[in-house]
Design a protein around this ligand. Structure first.
Ligand SMILES: [Fe+2]
Length: 315
């Protein structure tokens, strides 16, 4: 099981200040050095996002994954249609590989993050099952601290061929296909102790970055965080809702470049991929089980600038 988890994503962006303000408002902590901004979850010691300024427009740089057996991975990359990227052209640590469509992954050997302290149980009274009695579930709004994301859970990337990009992850990087909706959207996990998805793909004529998703404490924090970020960013949003695939509650807020930031809670967990059976869903389940109207450009790949608005196939 060579890939063990996700660490960060890197984007090239026109100006750092817009991105830093947006992600700070989302609850991340920023550090600026020259032309690079790093953003981390307050409880973690490594960045989840790296922004490199000065680009003509936003584009996906790479995704950094925690991995083991880098030599073994390197041997399998050409067989899966990918390429080893010389380290001298990027930087000199870990293993750099690209998938058949040019999606760049940086694989690093690194210890797992410490196990977080358990969050309070999210109690729901239900017919015939009262678990909370004699007290309110919620405090007055003003008594809640600002929502702080706990960790980066997954990214969703655009690719011209979803199943080919999935095959690269499963064959070369040792990940697993968790579920998919036809050949339009697919979700990959790591093989042990994984969120339902760690890297996902949606079909588009070009590669690109769609969203990064951050875990918060519970569904209430998805709602509160989403509301606050919508108010500060003054951008489009989609949520509060719940995905069919992965089961997580979500709220997406559009970032300064047209891609998205997601708060999530209560995602399916895959303890052992050998015991998991992937489902191929119909397109009616590709986006959500329920939620508000989907924004018109939710699946538009702004990195494919020459393409007509709305040409992506995920609707
Ligand atoms: Fe997501």
């Amino acid at each position: 099981m060579p890939v063990l988890g996700i660490l960060s994503y890197t984007l090239a962006v026109p100006t750092l200040k817009d991105g830093v303000r947006f992600y700070e408002d989302a609850g991340l902590e920023a550090k600026l050095e020259a032309n690079v901004a790093t953003l981390r979850c307050p409880s973690q010691d490594h960045p989840s996002i790296v922004l490199i300024g000065g680009a003509e427009r936003k584009r996906l740089g790479h995704v950094t994954l925690r991995a083991a057996d880098l030599d073994g991975i390197a041997a399998g990359v050409p067989r899966a249609g990918g390429k080893i990227v010389p380290t001298s052209s990027v930087n000199d640590s870990g293993l750099w590989v690209s998938d058949p469509h040019g999606i760049l992954y940086h694989l690093v050997e690194r210890a797992a993050d410490p196990m977080p302290l358990p969050a309070p149980v999210f109690e729901i009274n239900a017919p015939g099952r009262i678990v909370r009695t004699g007290r309110s579930a919620l405090k007055p709004i003003g008594q809640y601290p600002a929502v702080r994301p706990r960790r980066l859970g997954h990214v969703l990337l655009f690719t011209p061929n979803v199943m080919s990009s999935v095959s690269f992850l499963t064959e070369a990087l040792g990940m697993g296909l968790a579920d998919r909706a036809q050949d339009i959207i697919a979700f990959c996990c790591v093989r042990q102790n994984s969120d339902h998805h760690v890297v996902a793909f949606a079909k588009s004529p070009a590669i690109g970055f769609h969203h990064g998703s951050f875990q918060v404490e519970d569904p209430d924090e998805v709602g509160r965080g989403g509301r606050e970020l919508v108010a500060s960013a003054r951008r489009r949003d989609w949520g509060f809702g719940r995905h069919t695939i992965g089961s997580n509650f979500f709220h997406y807020i559009q970032d300064p470049w047209g891609s998205w930031f997601e708060y999530y809670s209560d995602m399916d967990h895959i303890e052992d991929y050998a015991l998991w059976t992937p489902t191929n869903y119909g397109m009616e389940d590709s986006l959500a089980s329920w939620g508000p109207q989907v924004p018109p450009d939710f699946v538009h790949n702004y990195e494919a600038a020459e393409l007509a608005f709305g040409c992506n196939q995920l609707v």
